[in-house]
Structure formats: structure tokens, C-alpha cells
Design a protein around this ligand. Structure first.
Ligand code: RUQ
Ligand code: CUA
Length: 661
């Protein structure tokens, strides 16, 4: 349980520092003065920023406008979404294929916008599947998931999907260490220390098309990798991962993984790893993982099972990975816009350690190690440390930056955002959150060029903030204006699922590239009908293909007879519209999946397994015109052995015979 776990932590931290975590006072009066006008975006006006929120256990990503907090869209990623037919249409089903078969749900924690030269470029956004390890790429021209790659040798893909400053790689660290996929996993759980390994994955991203490929993995000791971030600018070429459970416990981690005073930040020299890869130092391992790609020309996804990955061994290749001690079960691991400062956040710590990239480099050159951990050198804490932020709050989790020398850290236990100065490590401001903030986001806050107008807190608990809605209450986002010296709370709004990380960027970077419709001439779906004249119904044994079109406000054909019990019918519906925002929907009574929602120029397919004779209405589900309610039709189903001829028509009172079979 997300709440009780951290409440126990609260107790632990309170003991350590002798302070009690308590709910901020005056929760109801937290907003004052001109706050409302700052968040006000007049009807018909655009927001200044897009905010992409992870949906947590909803498996999706949601898009809000800022500063208004208006919900613009929910993008289906790892979970089926009947609203859009995602995961229900034949074209999108392959997106959710894995080496375990069709997996219709996951847990998405971290959205990460693509970057060029360390700046948000607005082309793609990546998301991680925490449960069945996957990384998705969403195309921000269409706001649709265009690619999903599964990760072998992983369990709980939490430390993911973090990117390098030119989106060379999307990086993913496994939360659960597990026996490698080609080893016997059928071993006693208490052989963790001998048999379990932690892999981090480097997924390359095509410069032009964004195509992902699992370039290599690094095998590391069995620990839990939690969060990560890439180096920037001077530290470009490095990656930093927080890890906990260096105790290598396999049960009751709450206690057993909190034994050591310090866990680690793992610094990874990925440029070096690339050299070893080129020099053939990787070993090929046989694995199985799915790679799913959605093609916007065929409007169809394909899924391929891949069978090999190249693995570098961190223990053997001495100079790729280094551990840096970090107090008390580090969670967040954030790099400032200059690339010099690496902030670790121990969930149980009462301070924030800030490490220096220059000092880390010097420590490596001087071999300032305190020994090794499972064959990986451990840099001396003091040799890597820039300094500590003292008494910042309780339970630091995540840090974002404003590019003006300040950092903003979320404190789960003490429910606050704390602003501190990176140079002198002094706290300069603090603001309560309502309540128990997890991640934070400053637009561009993990890039080289943050846009320091707002910080948004994503809260796990909203008790008493909104009208009761039964036993479960919404999580929330809270928007603070940070343009002045003091943070000012100006708005909060409920979110969908549980937001973990979120990212935001200027609307201009994205909005002008937005696709308005798909060109019908370029539709390469094998079942497309590009005009009503080519619509038809074809039977191949028990399989019936209906080539159908939709245009305001009718389907063609809209009368079909001769379908029989036991048939497997595929409705291939092409939306002939060539205008922005004119989708048509398609649904038929008794279908055991969902509707289709077909964008202009696109073809989507609904499978319908016919089980009972009778009359089946079908209709458009999206209110497309004044005569939307007239956009309907009938399918007549006859018993299995009947000889009702297969006929179809539009606008005729007597149907015509189907084409030769
Ligand atoms: S996490 S609330 Cu799943 Cu990124 Cu820290
Ligand atoms: Cu088409 Cu309603």
C-alpha cells in the first residue's frame, strides 16, 4: 500500500531527527490574492504549456494544459482503452503483445520528452511499463503510441525511461533484480545473492524516425534500481541511477532493505560502454522480447519477437560502472541543468546529498575508492560529495531545477516543496502541498533549459481537498507560480490514475506539428476502401470481411444479410472524411470487445464473433453531425446451416447479392 509504507517511513524519520511530520495548517486558505487570475485561461484561448502526466496504475498518459489545468487528452499506452478502441481494434492489438502474450494493462510512472542538444524538442514522449517491462514511444504529431519495446532480463521497469541529451538512448534500469532470462529462474528465492542480477538497458532511438532498438544491456549486481537521469553538457556520456536494497534482501524489504546506512548512486560511463560494445566485448544472450510498431501509413501495428541481446558485464569491464554511497535508500536521482550536480534523495534521510561530477571524475582518476561492491568500485562518499543540504525536510523524493541556480525538492513525509540554492545549499523557500507530494515538474526541468515559470507538485493523497467520491479519492496536481522569490500556490486539479513523474513544455514546441487528419490517398491499410464504390462484403469460409466506409452521416454498406452463426466477421471501417476532428465511431450489438474510433483518412477493424441468430444494429458512436443519430445500419444473422444469400447495400430497400466468393 502506497500510503502505509510511507507512513512507516514517517515514523522512522521522525525518530531520526526528532520532528513530527504533520499536516500543513490552513490547508483551506492556501490560495490567496491574485492566484485565480494567474491560472485563468479565458475560454477559447490556448494554454501556454502542455503537461504530460503519467497515469500510474491506469497505464496511460494524460495531457493537461497549463496554467489552466484543463484536461486535453488521455493517451492510451500500456492499457486497453475502449474510448479509442486502443487494444480492441485488430490494428492496435499487436501494440500490447509481449513475450507473455497479450498484456492489456500496465503501470506507467515516468513520461520523458525527447531532447535535442539538451532541450525539449517536442517530437516524442516516452513512458515506462513498470510491471511487464516495456518502454513506449508516443508520437507528439498524433498523440498516439507508435512503438513499444519489451525488455528482457528485467522485472519492474521503474528506473525508466530516461533519455540522453540528444535522445541517443532511452535508458531503463530494472527495479527487481531477477535471474537472467537464459538462466534457470526456478531457484529458491533465498538464493538472491548468488543468482539474481540487475540489468540496465540502453535502447537506441533513430535520429529521424525515433525507431527504438535494444542496443545493449549492462549486467550489474542484484540490487533494486529506482530512478535515474542522464548527465548533461559536461556530464553528457554518463548516466546516474539510484539503487536501494544493497542489502540484497529477498523478503520484508521494508525492514531488511533499510539496514545499511548508505545505498548507492551508480554512475555509468555509457560512452565507454559503447566502446566496449564496438570492440566486441559484449556477449550475445538468447532472450525473447516483443517489439511492436504502429505504422501510420497502414494504420496497423505489427509485433515481432526478438531473440537476442548483447550484454556487457560491469564486473569484468572495470571502468563502466561506479558506485557512490548515498544515504538511506535513495529514490530520486537528478542532474542539474549544468550537468555538474547530481542530487540523491534518500527516502529515509534528513538531508540531501549533492554530488559533483568533477569530483567524481577526479575520484575515479585518483582511485579514491573505499573498496568494491560485488566487483564494482565504490567511490569514497567525501570524494564525490559537493555538499549536503541540511535539514531540508522529511523524506526527500525528487528534485527539479529552474535553471537560475535553484533546485526544488519534493518531501513526501513533510508534504512540502522545498526550494534551495545549488551553490550554497541553503534552503530559500518552502511551500506546503496537499498532501504527500511524489514527483515535481518544472517545464523543461530536467533539461539544460528549464522554463522557470511554474513548479507542479503531484500529490499521492488528497484527503479533504475535494468532494468525497466513495472509498477512493483522486490524486492531484498543484501548480505553483515560481516567477517570484516565493512559491505561490495558484491552482490544484485532480488527475487520472496516479501521477508519478510528469513533464511539461512550451505549447509552441508541439502544437504546430500536430497532425489534423490522415490523407486518404496515402492510406495503405490492406482493407481500406477509399470510396463507397469499393465497399464490399466477402466471405472466405467462416471468415467474413466487411469493407466499409464512414462519412457524415452514413455507413456503406449499412444493410448486410447472410451472416451466419459461427462466423468471424471483420468490419474494416475507413473514415472518408478529410477534415480536422471528424472521427466516426463504430459499434455493433453483442461485440465482446469495444467500439472503433476511426480518425479521418484512417482504417480500423473490429472483430465480431457471431453467436446468435437475429437482427444486430450497428451505429456511429461519436456525435459527428446533426444527423449522427441517423448514422446506423443492420446486420441480419441467420442460423449456421441456413442459405440466406450474402448481400449488402446502402440506400436500397432490396439488398444486392455480394460479389463472387
Ligand atoms: S516514483 S513518487 Cu514511481 Cu518516480 Cu517517485
Ligand atoms: Cu459518424 Cu456519428
Amino acid at each position: 500500500m502506497k500510503h502505509s509504507k510511507y507512513l512507516t517511513l514517517a515514523g522512522a524519520v521522525a525518530l531520526v531527527v526528532g520532528v513530527n511530520a504533520c499536516k500543513p495548517k490552513n490547508a483551506g486558505n492556501a490560495v490567496t490574492g491574485d492566484a485565480a487570475s494567474k491560472a485563468y485561461v479565458a475560454p477559447g484561448k490556448y494554454d501556454e504549456f502542455y503537461n504530460f502526466l503519467s497515469g500510474g496504475f491506469s497505464g496511460q498518459m494524460s495531457v493537461y494544459g497549463l496554467p489552466s489545468g484543463r484536461l486535453l487528452r488521455v493517451i492510451p499506452v500500456f492499457s486497453v482503452d475502449p474510448e479509442k478502441g486502443y487494444g480492441y481494434s485488430e490494428e492496435t492489438k499487436p501494440m500490447l503483445n509481449t513475450s507473455h502474450g497479450f498484456v492489456p494493462w500496465d503501470d506507467l510512472h515516468h513520461p520523458e520528452l525527447s531532447q535535442t542538444n539538451g532541450e525539449v524538442d517536442g517530437r516524442w514522449i516516452f513512458g515506462n511499463a513498470n510491471n511487464t517491462p516495456r518502454v513506449a514511444r508516443i508520437d507528439l504529431a498524433t498523440f498516439r503510441t507508435s512503438e513499444i519495446i519489451e525488455l528482457p532480463n528485467s522485472g519492474g521497469n521503474h528506473s525508466s525511461p530516461f533519455i540522453t541529451q540528444n535522445t541517443e538512448y532511452v535508458v531503463a534500469g530494472t527495479r527487481f533484480s531477477v535471474p537472467p532470462d537464459d538462466a534457470n529462474g526456478d531457484v529458491p528465492i533465498n538464493t538472491y545473492k548468488q543468482n539474481f542480477k540487475g540489468h540496465i538497458s540502453f535502447i537506441s532511438v533513430g535520429k529521424e524516425d525515433g525507431k527504438m532498438d535494444l542496443a545493449f544491456q549492462i549486467e550489474c549486481p542484484g540490487v533494486n534500481f529506482d530512478l535515474s537521469h542522464a548527465g548533461k553538457d559536461k556530464s553528457h556520456g554518463w548516466f546516474f541511477f539510484s539503487c536501494y536494497n544493497t542489502e540484497q534482501a529477498n523478503t520484508l524489504l521494508e525492514v531488511n532493505a533499510s539496514q545499511r546506512d548508505k545505498d548507492f548512486i551508480m554512475a555509468v560511463n555509457w560512452k565507454k560502454a559503447e566502446e566496449y560494445l564496438k570492440a566486441g566485448k559484449g556477449k550475445k544472450q538468447s532472450v525473447r522480447y516483443a517489439h511492436n510498431v504502429y505504422n501510420e501509413k497502414t494504420h496497423t501495428a505489427t509485433s515481432e519477437i526478438k531473440t537476442e541481446v548483447t550484454v556487457l558485464d560491469a564486473k569484468e569491464l572495470k571502468d563502466i560502472c561506479y558506485f557512490i554511497p548515498c544515504p538511506k535508500s535513495p529514490h530520486g536521482c537528478d542532474v542539474d541543468p549544468t550537468g555538474e550536480y547530481i542530487v540523491g534523495s534518500g527516502k529515509l534521510a534528513a538531508l540531501i546529498p549533492v554530488f559533483s561530477f568533477d569530483k567524481i571524475q577526479k575520484a575515479i582518476a585518483d582511485k579514491a575508492f573505499e573498496g568494491d561492491y560485488e566487483g564494482i568500485p565504490v567511490i569514497k562518499y567525501d570524494a564525490a560529495l559537493y555538499g549536503e543540504v541540511k535539514k531540508p525536510g522529511l523524506g526527500p523524493l525528487h528534485t527539479e531545477f529552474d535553471g537560475k541556480g535553484n533546485a526544488y525538492t519534493s518531501f513526501f513525509v513533510s508534504s512540502e516543496v522545498v526550494k534551495w540554492n545549488i551553490k550554497d545549499l541553503k534552503v530559500v523557500d518552502r511551500a506546503p502541498t496537499f498532501y504527500s507530494v511524489g514527483h515535481l515538474c518544472v517545464p523543461g526541468g530536467d533539461s539544460r533549459k528549464p522554463n522557470a515559470k511554474y513548479v507542479i507538485a503531484y500529490n499521492k493523497i488528497t484527503k479533504d481537498r475535494y468532494l468525497p467520491t466513495g472509498p477512493e479519492l483522486a490524486q492531484s496536481a498543484q501548480l505553483y507560480d515560481i516567477s517570484g522569490d516565493k512559491m505561490q500556490l495558484i491552482l490544484d486539479f485532480p488527475t487520472i490514475g496516479e501521477p508519478h513523474y510528469a513533464q511539461a513544455c512550451a505549447a509552441d514546441v508541439i502544437k504546430n506539428r500536430s497532425v489534423k487528419f490522415f490523407k486518404i490517398d496515402e492510406n495503405a491499410n490492406q482493407y481500406a476502401s477509399k470510396g463507397e464504390a469499393t465497399t464490399k462484403v466477402e466471405r472466405q469460409g467462416k471468415v467474413v470481411h466487411v469493407y466499409m466506409t464512414a462519412i457524415r452521416s452514413h455507413f456503406s454498406p449499412d444493410n448486410i444479410e447472410g451472416i451466419k452463426v459461427g462466423d468471424e466477421v471483420y468490419f474494416h471501417v475507413t473514415n472518408l472524411e478529410q477534415d480536422w476532428d471528424v472521427p466516426h465511431g463504430f459499434a455493433i450489438k453483442g461485440a465482446s470487445n469495444a467500439e472503433l474510433l476511426i480518425m479521418p483518412g484512417e482504417t480500423q477493424t473490429l472483430r465480431w464473433d457471431v453467436e446468435k441468430a437475429g437482427m444486430y444494429p450497428m451505429y456511429c458512436t461519436d456525435f459527428c453531425s446533426a444527423l449522427h443519430q441517423e448514422m446506423q445500419g443492420y446486420v441480419r444473422v441467420s442460423p449456421a446451416g441456413s442459405n440466406t444469400p450474402l448481400t449488402f447495400s446502402t440506400g436500397k430497400t432490396a439488398p444486392e447479392p455480394a460479389a463472387a466468393q
